[in-house]
Design a protein around this ligand. Structure first.
Ligand SMILES: Nc1ncnc2c1ncn2[C@@H]1O[C@H](COP(=O)(O)OP(=O)(O)OP(=O)(O)O)[C@@H](O)[C@H]1O
Length: 301
């Protein structure tokens, strides 16, 4: 499986939702398309799924280029899937299988395998309207697999779920990625960190960072100093930003997170400044930067 995206762009009238996106996806990976609301994730996935026509750019997938032919090769789960609530899980999958040109027997056999695989075979004869959010999402994922695609794309598969549903679906994706390449979008860093091998980070329609989690952690590995104050004033951010040893300062509730390049220099500068300005410091913690700090750093740049 190889998916190649070159200079993909989508404009809605004058608004550029996806801007000159290029990346490559290979077999055996679980890749998270990460970005805040409005970053362009849904638009990207819909173009890859053949549901939206790109304004410019090329999508190449296993010998196919752009267009609807790609649809027969991939599975796609939209952000808000709609089911016929009166159908049972089994009926739904057989129906989807028939739409994918399977015979009645093949569709039933495939449904049996998938219901088992996504862990809802006990509920296969219950109406979908009675399913929990997690069960619906698992059924939705089963539907993406009906025609044995080599790539499935899932738009925010866990964002709307409660903690139990979220856990169920993440565990399922963890299992599925052994056999199928997964591209899923999320705005939740923890989800990306938990199950993906690689990240594509989008911001305002553009790809701002990409790589394996290990590489990105190494690249952005830095320390940070968290500061809290009894009172936070407007000029603090600017003053902290000017101190030596500090790369970037992000405002947080009740204080700041300083990404630093020299812990000793930064510590001394911050404490000296706080003393001179009579800032009432209530917390000073040095720790490792997380992926979330990396996200903020890249996006703020
Ligand atoms: N049909 C449309 N017409 C006009 N603008 C649109 C349309 N769909 C999306 N947009 C705009 O394009 C940008 C990207 O939207 P998109 O839905 O792709 O982002 P997203 O990263 O998936 O965000 P979310 O997580 O909120 O769905 C947003 O600014 C959005 O308002």
């Amino acid at each position: 499986m190889e998916l190649l995206i070159e200079n993909l762009t989508k404009k809605y009238n004058q608004h550029v939702a996806v801007n000159d996106l290029s990346f490559q996806l290979k077999s055996g990976n679980c890749i998270a398309l990460l970005g805040a609301n409005g970053a362009g994730k849904t638009t990207t996935l819909r173009m890859l799924a053949g549901l939206l026509t790109p304004t410019a750019g090329v999508i190449k997938f296993e010998g196919y280029q752009n267009g609807i032919d790609i649809r027969s090769k991939i599975g796609y789960l939209p952000q808000h899937p709609v089911f016929h609530g009166w159908m049972t899980g089994n009926e739904f999958l057989v129906y989807v299988g028939r739409l994918a040109n399977l015979t009645k027997l093949e569709a039933q056999q495939r449904a049996d395998v998938l219901l088992e695989q996504v862990g809802i075979s006990d509920a296969k004869n219950i109406r979908i309207s009675k399913y929990s959010g997690g069960m619906r999402q698992r059924l939705g994922i089963a539907q993406t697999l009906i025609h044995k695609p080599s790539l499935i794309m899932l738009d925010e598969p866990v964002s709307a779920l409660d903690p139990i549903g979220r856990r169920e679906v993440l565990t399922l994706l963890e299992e599925l990625k052994q056999d199928t390449t997964i591209l899923f979008s999320t705005h939740i860093l923890n989800d990306a960190e938990e199950i993906s091998d690689g990240l594509l980070l989008m911001h305002e329609g553009a790809l701002v960072e990409q790589g394996s989690l290990t590489d990105l952690r190494e690249k952005y590995q830095s320390q940070k100093i968290e500061l809290s104050f009894k009172t936070v004033t407007e000029d603090m951010l600017e003053q902290l930003n000017q101190l030596p040893g500090i790369d970037q300062v992000n405002a947080e509730r009740g204080g700041f997170v300083c990404l630093i390049n020299d812990v000793n220099q930064a510590r001394e500068a911050i404490l000296t400044k706080a003393l001179a300005m009579e800032w009432d410091l209530t917390n000073f913690t040095v720790s490792r930067a997380t992926l979330e700090d990396m996200f903020m750093e890249v996006v703020n740049k």
